[in-house]
Design a protein around this ligand. Structure first.
Ligand code: SF4
Length: 81
Protein backbone atom coordinates (compact mmCIF):
# COMPACT_ATOMS: atom_id res chain seq x y z
CA UNK A 1 0.00 0.00 0.00
CA UNK A 2 1.23 3.47 -0.77
CA UNK A 3 2.69 5.44 2.09
CA UNK A 4 0.36 8.35 1.53
CA UNK A 5 -2.59 6.01 1.97
CA UNK A 6 -1.06 4.57 5.11
CA UNK A 7 -0.83 8.01 6.62
CA UNK A 8 -4.59 8.29 6.64
CA UNK A 9 -4.88 5.10 8.64
CA UNK A 10 -2.10 5.91 11.06
CA UNK A 11 -3.22 9.49 11.61
CA UNK A 12 -5.10 8.51 14.75
CA UNK A 13 -8.54 8.94 13.26
CA UNK A 14 -8.90 5.23 12.74
CA UNK A 15 -9.35 3.05 15.79
CA UNK A 16 -8.09 -0.52 15.77
CA UNK A 17 -10.51 -3.30 15.06
CA UNK A 18 -12.10 -5.29 17.85
CA UNK A 19 -12.31 -9.05 18.39
CA UNK A 20 -15.64 -9.35 16.61
CA UNK A 21 -14.14 -7.90 13.44
CA UNK A 22 -11.71 -10.82 13.07
CA UNK A 23 -12.32 -12.50 9.75
CA UNK A 24 -13.83 -9.48 8.08
CA UNK A 25 -12.56 -8.72 4.60
CA UNK A 26 -12.45 -5.02 5.33
CA UNK A 27 -9.59 -5.31 7.78
CA UNK A 28 -6.28 -3.91 6.61
CA UNK A 29 -2.98 -4.07 8.38
CA UNK A 30 -1.04 -0.86 8.58
CA UNK A 31 2.19 -0.75 10.54
CA UNK A 32 1.22 -3.96 12.37
CA UNK A 33 -2.07 -2.43 13.44
CA UNK A 34 -5.29 -3.93 12.21
CA UNK A 35 -7.68 -1.28 11.04
CA UNK A 36 -11.05 -1.30 9.37
CA UNK A 37 -10.85 0.52 6.06
CA UNK A 38 -14.57 1.17 6.03
CA UNK A 39 -15.33 2.30 9.51
CA UNK A 40 -13.16 4.47 11.72
CA UNK A 41 -14.54 3.21 14.98
CA UNK A 42 -15.29 -0.52 14.81
CA UNK A 43 -16.10 -0.78 18.51
CA UNK A 44 -18.95 1.69 18.16
CA UNK A 45 -20.15 -0.14 15.07
CA UNK A 46 -20.67 -3.30 17.07
CA UNK A 47 -22.34 -1.64 20.04
CA UNK A 48 -25.70 -1.66 18.36
CA UNK A 49 -25.45 -5.24 17.14
CA UNK A 50 -23.78 -6.79 14.16
CA UNK A 51 -21.74 -4.43 12.04
CA UNK A 52 -23.62 -3.89 8.80
CA UNK A 53 -20.39 -3.69 6.85
CA UNK A 54 -19.10 -7.01 8.13
CA UNK A 55 -18.29 -9.49 5.40
CA UNK A 56 -17.83 -12.47 7.72
CA UNK A 57 -21.14 -12.41 9.60
CA UNK A 58 -24.67 -11.84 8.52
CA UNK A 59 -27.52 -10.87 10.76
CA UNK A 60 -30.01 -13.64 11.29
CA UNK A 61 -33.04 -13.17 9.21
CA UNK A 62 -36.09 -14.13 11.16
CA UNK A 63 -38.83 -15.38 9.00
CA UNK A 64 -42.34 -16.01 10.07
CA UNK A 65 -42.85 -19.62 10.99
CA UNK A 66 -46.60 -19.61 10.93
CA UNK A 67 -47.73 -22.42 8.74
CA UNK A 68 -51.15 -22.49 7.28
CA UNK A 69 -52.75 -25.84 6.81
CA UNK A 70 -53.92 -25.64 3.18
CA UNK A 71 -56.92 -27.88 3.81
CA UNK A 72 -58.15 -25.84 6.74
CA UNK A 73 -57.49 -22.65 4.84
CA UNK A 74 -59.60 -23.75 1.90
CA UNK A 75 -62.42 -24.89 4.20
CA UNK A 76 -62.28 -21.56 5.96
CA UNK A 77 -62.42 -19.77 2.63
CA UNK A 78 -65.40 -21.85 1.55
CA UNK A 79 -67.24 -21.06 4.74
CA UNK A 80 -67.03 -17.34 4.03
CA UNK A 81 -69.74 -16.98 1.49
S1 SF4 B 1 -16.51 -3.61 8.43
FE1 SF4 B 1 -17.31 -3.85 10.50
S2 SF4 B 1 -16.74 -5.94 11.05
FE2 SF4 B 1 -15.50 -5.38 9.30
S3 SF4 B 1 -13.63 -4.62 10.19
FE3 SF4 B 1 -14.97 -2.88 9.83
S4 SF4 B 1 -16.05 -2.56 11.75
FE4 SF4 B 1 -15.14 -4.59 11.79
Amino acid sequence: MATAENQIYTSGIFNPIIEKCEGCERIIEVESQKICKTYINPEAKWKLGICNFASHVKPEITTSKIKINPLKASKRAMGKK
